[in-house]
Write a protein that binds this ligand. Structure first.
Ligand code: ADP
Ligand code: MG
Length: 164
């Protein structure tokens, strides 16, 4: 099954030496997104997928926004000023077709989708997407690789200049 775009070079490959770096990256990414964007968050349990999603949501919504992990609800939606954000955690999905009941087609069409455990999407995984792959390092260190189709390159260029 297609996972992330491993056959390509990552657009970006950065060390995240502490949680604050993940937050900085997430907030910057949030400012570059547009309705219809799908961001798949790959990584093991504890990698920092929810931390990244929460920071992106708070960057768009305000720092006091409560952004609980959608572990049991599978999805939490937010009305940010520039776009709605649908934060999915598909870990507990039993069959890919359940994402249709969650309204994922509406999210893909009109909102920004942040998706934890995207492998669960099966055939509903969109080809046009950003893949953020977080790997665990020692302690609080993580490594982040960002894969995206060439059409995103110019738009995501500002991320290359982030000082982490
Ligand atoms: P996931 O959603 O991938 O299972 P979470 O974001 O829920 O992971 O948990 C990540 C945990 O790791 C949190 O407790 C967070 O405080 C901690 N953490 C430590 N260092 C980092 C880092 N560099 N980036 C993200 N989270 C980190
Ligand atoms: Mg999580």
């Amino acid at each position: 099954m297609t996972q992330y775009h491993t056959d390509e070079m990552p657009l970006l490959d950065v060390p995240l030496n502490r949680e604050a770096d993940t937050v900085t990256f997430a907030r910057a990414l949030g400012t570059l997104l547009r309705p219809g964007d799908v961001v798949c968050l790959w990584g093991d349990l504890g990698a920092g997928k929810s931390t990244l999603a929460r920071a992106l949501i708070q960057g768009q919504m305000g720092d006091d926004t409560d952004a609980p992990s959608p572990t049991f609800t599978l999805v939490q939606t937010y009305e940010a000023p520039d776009f709605d954000i649908w934060h999915f955690d598909l870990y507990r999905l039993e069959d890919p077709s359940e994402v249709l009941e969650l309204g994922i087609e509406d999210a893909f069409a009109e909102a920004v989708s942040l998706i934890e455990w995207p492998d669960r999407l099966g055939p509903y995984m969109p080809l046009e997407r950003l893949d953020v792959v977080i790997s665990h390092g020692a302690g609080d260190t993580r490594e982040l690789a960002l894969y995206a189709p060439a059409s995103f390159e110019a738009r995501l260029q500002p991320l290359a200049g982030l000082l982490l």
